[in-house]
Write a protein that binds this ligand. Structure first.
Ligand code: 4NP
Length: 157
């Protein structure tokens, strides 16, 4: 399949987007597509630059056999619009913020994750101030989206 570089973007890059990154990498590896699909994540905000993922994202990932402990927060940069083919915002606010920073030539790369992956105009809700059990629901939502995204990329190749 065609090489595809995917960047997941949320607000802090400690809860949703590193979990999406870990899940997508895991699914691509399991499908034997890890050479074709590269994944990264970033936040629109800078509060958690250099920090590991939130302990609740690490825990739910680990419960599903996905190790995201080594990831570190970083902020979206203008170079990302060159470096990636797809830039997927976790919610409408993220997608609009990213779209607002995109050079015109890269605007087509920016999408709302669940819409691009599943055709559903749905946000992946910000779980930061939520209860711990919100993270299992988050995992399920991200896995459904990432599975569908993988199938879509395979169909397109
Ligand atoms: P994320 O969640 O965007 O999924 O990483 C958040 C993490 C941190 C904050 C907000 C959302 N914060 O305000 O620090």
């Amino acid at each position: 399949m065609k090489d595809t570089r995917i960047l997941f973007v949320c607000l802090g890059n400690i809860c949703r987007s590193p979990l999406a990154e870990g899940i997508m990498r895991h699914l691509a590896r399991r499908a034997g597509l890890d050479a074709a699909i590269s994944v990264d994540s970033a936040g629109t905000g800078a509060w958690h630059v250099g920090a590991p993922p939130d302990r609740r994202s690490i825990a739910v990932a680990s419960a599903h056999g996905v190790d995201i402990r080594g990831l570190r927060g970083r902020q979206l940069s203008v170079a990302d619009f060159d470096s990636f083919d797809l830039i997927l915002g976790m919610d409408g606010h993220n997608a609009r913020a990213v779209g607002g920073l995109a050079p015109i030539a890269a605007a087509h790369k920016v999408h709302l994750f669940m819409h691009y992956a599943l055709g559903r105009h749905a946000d992946v809700p910000d779980p930061y101030y939520g209860a711990d059990d919100a993270f299992e629901a988050l995992y399920q939502m991200l896995e459904a989206g990432c599975s569908s995204l993988l199938a879509k990329l395979e169909r397109a190749s």
